[in-house]
Design a binder for this molecule. Structure first.
Ligand code: 6PG
Length: 475
């Protein structure tokens, strides 16, 4: 094949994300070729292409590989787990030394580490890249989180920069560290995504059931919020959701959707890893738990009957409550990002990934699901101190949090009285309270551990490790 006719980039897996990202590449002048074992998807790829761009769907991996210029740049966007290993195994015999395989899906970072070593030992490059932005983002500009193999990154950098979202002219892509850093950062992105979605759903319940707002009124509240300091992709889509009509009934679609949340695992992985690294991310934990609790619909129906669950009206004037809630959401969203970024800070050193936190925050400002106006403030904080262990230690952020905290307390007081399960908002406040406490009651826990298990303790007045034979006063 003539060198000029060779393709620049190959995609395996032409589902929504794979197809749209490949079309995005073609829109930026790259010759794009794709394969999916469902041959219809190859056809759809071609018919969805912008006229004048070079896009081809092929029926076999072999056809794709032989039409790619070397070093071949091949991304797969297939479900995490075994499908990724299957694709690697089918690809390897077809490649030449120096070719680059990229996993653009939501793989667990430990799988990515294993694959990096496996593929490198065979003479090829392998990179894990997190991609965020959903269908629309993939086509028009996602946030891209590559990590590992710098040589491979140098080969694909220009393509990724061309297709990524742009904020003030800078592309939302950066090399985010060693090994599986790209997938690690994407995992934490998703943990934050879960947490913010939980918080927004709590504000919805309070406004809808507590204050009695209908869907049109809800739309207006989130619209206003999205025009101010709460501006963010997740608030923006929430605004739109309330106006979407159901095509099967006369109702709004949101009212016809079963309250049972799905999850593919990335939020849970974030929580699991935070436990391993000893960095608390309790708003993410609670978001994962509440999705699980929502899935237990039948049990909830029984419990609702048993405990006569009633949510009372919130007796606060509507406009006052909406402002209190806006401040509560703002406070709690900052806490979500603080927890996720604190985890990245620890993982960066503990897992030897060298993750540049200012770059993470910079590329999260556009294209991704957790993009939000407040990331500009975080970006400034990390530029001033790239090693900030927790956003809450930044003076500007402290001032913002201080200004909002009273409203969060007030909202939580109302929800305790009215019976709404606002676990995310409550957890945000509790995390903040504990984090800013010079003294916690953990001295008692240490005493208990030493009492029943001789686990020892340290003292406040002298260095060393101590154990006491605790006396029983059972009389
Ligand atoms: C993104 C999203 C995406 C994720 C979905 C599904 O950044 O574009 O994070 O990658 O897969 O949000 O997540 P759950 O099905 O687990 O909610």
């Amino acid at each position: 094949m003539e060198k000029n006719n060779l393709f620049d980039f190959g995609m395996i897996g032409l589902g929504t994300m794979g197809r749209n990202l490949l079309l995005n590449m073609a829109d930026h002048g790259f010759k794009a070729i794709g394969f999916d074992k469902d041959l219809q998807k190859g056809k759809l790829l071609e018919t969805s292409a912008t006229p004048g761009t070079t896009v081809k769907g092929v029926d076999t991996l072999e056809e794709m590989v032989k039409q790619l210029g070397v070093p071949r740049k091949i991304m797969m966007l297939v479900p995490a787990g075994k499908p990724v290993d299957d694709v690697i195994n089918s690809l390897l015999p077809l490649l030449e030394k120096g070719d680059i395989i990229i996993d653009g899906g939501n793989s667990h970072y430990t799988d990515t580490l294993r694959r990096v070593n496996f593929v490198r030992d065979k003479g090829f490059h392998f990179m894990g890249i997190g991609i965020s932005g959903g269908e629309h983002g993939a086509r028009t500009g996602p946030s891209i989180m590559p990590g590992g193999d710098p040589e491979a990154y140098a080969q694909v950098k220009h393509i990724l920069e061309a297709v990524a979202a742009k904020v003030n002219g800078s592309a939302c892509v950066a090399h985010l560290g060693k090994g599986a850093a790209g997938h690690y950062v994407k995992m934490v992105h998703n943990g934050i995504e879960y947490a913010i979605m939980q918080l927004i759903s709590e504000t919805y319940q309070l406004l809808h059931e507590g204050e009695g707002l209908n869907n049109d009124e809800l739309h207006k509240v989130y619209k206003n919020w999205n025009e101010g300091e709460l501006q963010s992709y997740l608030v923006e889509i929430t605004r739109d959701i309330f106006l979407q009509a159901d095509d099967k009934t006369e109702n709004r679609l949101v009212d016809m959707i079963l309250d049972r949340a799905g999850a593919k695992g990335t939020g849970k992985w974030t929580s699991q890893d935070s436990m391993d690294l000893g960095i608390p991310v309790p708003v993410i934990d609670i978001a994962v738990s509440l999705r699980d609790l929502s899935a237990a619909k039948e049990e909830r129906i029984q419990a609702a009957a048993l405990y006569k669950s009633t949510h009372f009206k919130i007796e606060v004037p509507r406009e006052v409550f909406i402002q209190q809630l806006a401040d509560s959401l703002y406070f709690s969203m900052i806490v979500c990002y603080a927890q996720g970024l604190a985890l990245l800070h620890k993982a960066s050193s503990e897992l030897q990934m060298d993750i540049p936190l200012p770059e993470v925050v910079r590329i999260w400002r556009g294209g991704c699901i957790i993009r939000a106006a407040m990331l500009e403030i975080f970006y400034t904080a990390f530029q001033e101190n790239p090693n900030l262990p927790n956003l809450l230690l930044d003076k500007n952020i402290a001032a913002l949090i201080q200004a909002k905290q009273q409203h969060l307390r007030t909202v939580i007081m109302h929800t305790v009285q009215t019976g709404f399960p606002v676990a995310g908002l409550m957890t945000s406040l509790c995390y903040f309270e504990a984090y800013r406490s010079e003294q916690l009651p953990t001295n008692l826990i240490q005493a208990q551990r030493d009492y029943f298990g001789a686990h020892t303790y340290q003292r406040v007045d002298m260095p060393g490790i101590f154990h006491t034979e605790w006396a029983s006063f059972d009389n």
